[in-house]
Design a protein around this ligand. Structure first.
Ligand code: 5GP
Ligand code: MN
Length: 324
């Protein structure tokens, strides 16, 4: 059994807290739900928590309604055992931190290169396309065949983190696992339509507004976009990807105003710039070609801080580094 330490952990603890990162994406939601199903299979009492609500487009997923969103008024119950999914550093779980006992034992299951190994047990599979793909491996390792609901969650995580089977993490293994999941009941056409082709009109209009802020730097190699706090796009990934798709652009940066006075920045690179390294410099992280960071200040001041370093990075190709 490859995941023996995890198995023993799950038998040792009850109840168990399960969580993922703030501003959850498809893989965060899906790996959390899939792990919730896994705990149920083992007869464990596991509660799924999130610091932020599940984005609308993922709310149809099985058991999405069972996730507890931590609010300002919730009275923290302290857990001695926690499984943290798709999270590179502990501060990324946000307010769920208040639910962890000082002596908590943590399992960290993730695939980000920037992961700082914050767990007592660290299951880091950097070659996995998505954390959900690791959960698939755990299901198999424990001898469980995913049900259609479980397959749907895991498939959604892979679909989302591979950018709909487009990014460089779309490996033969990712496709193989996706194929197994389809055989087990995940429906690719239904899921793609449900997640990507049911966009509210206001969200499309907000994207249009953000596109009017588009600016180019560094001889057209760097593109920036601003999204003000009043405008909510359904899929900020799609927006930053559109900026990155411009001919000649190597790095695209999307700056989004958050409610708490900070700015959330999404960094994407096409080929040679390691944006995770850039994000890490400011306390963020992620993958070679997709990373994020949060900063205090305005959209403009955040760009002023980040841009010089990005311009440096595009001018000096980072040779010798293999894109992940
Ligand atoms: P996004 O731009 O979609 O929010 O994030 C891109 C990638 O970077 C995701 O894999 C996400 O988990 C990671 N990421 C985003 N923001 C942060 C952050 O503040 N810190 C860390 N460590 N990773 C981040
Ligand atoms: Mn992920």
């Amino acid at each position: 059994m490859q995941f023996r330490a995890l198995y023993d952990f799950l038998l040792r603890h009850s109840p168990i807290l399960l969580t993922t990162h703030v501003h959850p994406d498809g893989d965060a939601v899906s790996s959390l739900l899939a792990f919730g199903f896994l705990c149920r299979r083992l007869g464990r009492d596991a509660v799924m928590y999130m610091a932020d609500p599940i984005p609308d487009r993922f709310r149809f997923l099985p058991r999405a309604g069972d996730v507890v969103v931590v609010g300002a008024g919730s009275l923290p119950r302290k857990y001695e055992g926690a499984v943290i999914l798709d999270v590179g550093s502990r501060d990324r779980i946000g307010k769920v931190e208040d639910f962890l006992a000082p002596s908590v034992e943590i399992v960290n299951i993730d695939h980000h290169i920037s992961n700082d190994q914050f767990g007592n047990i660290n299951l880091l599979h950097l070659d996995a396309s998505a954390t959900s793909q690791i959960i698939y491996d755990i299901f198999c390792d424990f001898g469980f065949t995913p049900t259609p609901s479980e397959a749907t969650c895991i498939y959604t995580g892979i679909l989302s983190d591979t950018g709909r089977f487009r990014f460089s993490n779309t490996t033969s293994r990712a496709l193989e696992v996706a194929s197994c999941l389809v055989n087990l009941g995940a429906n690719p056409a239904y899921l793609a339509d449900r997640i990507y082709y049911e966009v509210p009109l206001e969200a499309v209009q907000a994207m249009g507004k953000a596109l009017t802020t588009l600016e180019m730097f560094g001889d057209g190699q760097v593109c920036t976009l601003f999204l003000s706090g009043d405008d909510e796009v359904q899929d900020s990934d799609a927006l930053v990807d559109l900026a990155l798709s411009i001919q000649g652009v190597e790095v695209a940066l999307l700056f989004c105003e958050m409610d708490d006075g900070r700015v959330r920045i999404s960094l994407r690179s096409k080929n040679r710039v390691n944006v995770s390294e850039l994000a890490e410099h400011f306390g963020g992280g992620g993958h070679f070609k997709a990373a994020g960071v949060r900063m205090r200040g305005t959209l403009q001041s955040a760009r002023d801080r980040l841009l010089p370093m990005v311009l440096d990075a595009v001018e000096i190709p980072q040779l010798g580094v293999t894109p992940a």
